[in-house]
Design a binder for this molecule. Sequence first.
Ligand code: SF4
Ligand code: SF4
Length: 488
Amino acid sequence: MSHIERQRQLQQEEAGEHLFANRVRVYPKSVTGPVRRFKWAVLIGCLGLYYLLPWLRWERGVKQPNQAVLLDISRERFYFFNLEFWPQDIYYLTGLLIMGAVALFLVTSLAGRVWCGYTCPQTVWTDLFMWVERLIEGDRNERMKRDAAPLTLNSAARKAAKHILWLGIAFWTGGAWIMYYVDAPTVTVQFWTGVASTEVYFFTFLFTATTYLLAGWAREQVCTYMCPWPRFQSAMLDEHSLTVTYQGWRGEPRTRGKRAANAVPAGDCVDCGACVTVCPTGIDIRDGIQLECINCGLCVDACNHVMERTGRPAGLITWDTLADQAAKAAGTHTPFRLLRARTVIYLSALVLAAVVMVVALALRPGIGLSVQHDRAPLFVRLADGNLRNGYTIKIINKAHVPVTFELTTQGLFGAILTEADEGLGPAATLGLPVKADEVGTFRVYVTGQPTTLADGTQPIDFSLRNTVSGEQTVYRSLFMGPNTEGKR
Ligand code: SF4
Ligand code: SF4
């Protein structure tokens, strides 16, 4: 039994009495191999993308931000390369979140928690922090020995260096996060010259602190206790999902040292514990699928080294399905099934959501119109007998140039429009100018004689035409007057 297993057992006994157990510190050992190399490549890709993306420029025109990806809170816009989203486009974010969730379900049902093991920010930064720790304090045994011994000048200096480097990475991470909200080159200069906003300093500090605490101190506890994903990911898994598994049918009974020679029959597991010592969450994969396992596969590399050294075939720990394991134990084999009811459902939902998103984006209007009827008075009877209704008209001009929009109405015979604030009209068609990239608000009176006022109301359509692009949109509202008793 490893020291972690022993401590966990003690913890469980203790927790039975106190409902709380202290953390057992995990000292993961470094490992080499194809899985580790792939994990490094993913880590470098993810970190490179995160840190460099805000610096990517994208030309959008005069007075427009030239950052490729920017959530500009002051202008209430989200810029993503060629796309520009307004607050009214929030439902695209909903669509994107749905797609992300379904993609995660699909990937999990195919290959278990690979998101957790490779691309989750918690895993990526923890891996980076562990690499720094190893660089300064040495590998597992060295760190364990040093932590168990009284503090010396050497170990204090190493720990201080480690924390300074961790804080440096955390600060770089927090700073990069801010650059997704404010133009990267501008905010960098402002930050270091002391003229950035209080929010910039506050959020840089906040994200520095959270990165340092979560990746440096909390580590695997975030995955085990804080993250809800391990709790419900089992709903996406079935016996045909690929997960990191110990081939118990082949490994048992375990043999160790001299016992190996006499053990009959002897399994392939030599009980060396290498798979446990490299595990970033400190578990023993030989105990079966566990909530703490993030499917990183580092134990695969560790065990394959042992198998190679002892002249046994690789793959005692490998990615496999539970169905295939059971079949192998019975001397057969169950091939991996890519298409299953759940993967087909997830894939169909993902494709459907993607198609809806693409079509919605392609048909996205460049103008927007909203019409709000005055609450009081609902109508005014003029001296000539006509009725007048007041409306607040909002026009969204998503173009990067000023545009004059033509506003007309349908449904009210002889309707005459007047713009109150700018003094435009009276006319059957109003030309309303809206500045580039802005929302124009206008007070408009509509005067006319309704033909049928069922319950005192009559539908009226406001038509808006962009005089530059010719794009049109219609908004249906109501024209109001006295009801059948002549009152309101
Ligand atoms: S058991 Fe293996 S796959 Fe699971 S977290 Fe530990 S090292 Fe990674
Ligand atoms: S690394 Fe392989 S051989 Fe060693 S204990 Fe783990 S499963 Fe057994």
